[in-house]
Design a protein around this ligand. Sequence first.
Ligand code: GLY
Length: 382
Amino acid sequence: MTPSLSSPHIAIIGAGIIGLSCAWELAKRGAQVTIYDKNEPGRGASWAAAGMLAPAYEAAAEEGAHPRLFDLCMESAALWPGFADAIGRASGRNLGFSAGPSLALAFDASEAAGLQNLRDALERHNVESDMLGADAIRQIEPAVSPDVEAALNLPTDGQIDNRAIVTALIAALSDHASVRFVVGQAPLEDRGGRLHLPGHDIILAAAGWSTASIKVEQNGQLYSLVNWDTALDEIDCYGGQMLSVARGPGLPSMTVRCGGIYIAPKPDRIIIGATMEQGVATDHADADTIAGLRADAARLCPAIAGATQLETWAGVRPGTADHAPLIGRTQAKDLFVASGHYRNGILLAPVTAQIMADMVLEGKTSALAAAFSPARFAAATA
Ligand code: GLY
């Protein structure tokens, strides 16, 4: 970035929760922002998500995960109350935010041992969680099946209505004098080996699973952005299928989960998810798979079996091999990336926005932020 710029013009490519949150933070700190998306803003992975804000369940004991992923998730979880409050006030909307807790359930001794492993991992991070027996579980959440033997009460794991937060962010940003939305491809060019987007000083690639294939014009031809930093190729797709049912008597009022299944109640619906399909980028929800998810969810909370089904859908999580995002400067001058947030895109939005604004506007990078630089993949891709 040119150091003399007091109010830089920043182009953000991708209007999902990450791009929108970065736009919010950058504009708040005085930048001029243009947000590009080829599709309707907020209707990609953020729309398909479940709004889980779950550092403990999703990151504390995640095998093969980046060693600092849990810390990043916890830092973002701590930002969520203020972030939700600010966006809620700016948009005048109910975002269905809950800071926690959630319940992780076990039906047998082997699942209970898995919960104990998670509890031990949390203890190593000085995070408390309570192991509950059958009676205590039913007192907290009467909708849980009587067959559940034990549960871990996770005070760190909350949720938000993902569709409400992206809708609210779009509304708040649309009213902002320094922010502009453009529906269409960003006109990126390579000028003599330098990336350029007319009218902008900085480019932030935040297009989720499509980030590597953002197009750049060079000598009349279109090339993919991955040619400017091969680390972008680390972003793989992880498809997920989900459904929602109507709220009603006997259904849970808090997030409960077991293995890969979760039930996440929102103000106007209950989301049930999700499959995890590496390498699958589809928008098709298969009837048998959805029926299987619903049956699995009914095992956790029997009243799900009789609930009215509202919607089924599929989405694509963008993820890297270490399940952590790429956040930071790329190998191309003035090109930054914030993408590949795997199962934690909604959770990690506020911390990603802060890291990007610190980096781009103030030239500051914390040790934690530096650990998520795309450069960590440079050796693998060189
Ligand atoms: N964060 C939940 C999921 O990705 O399914």
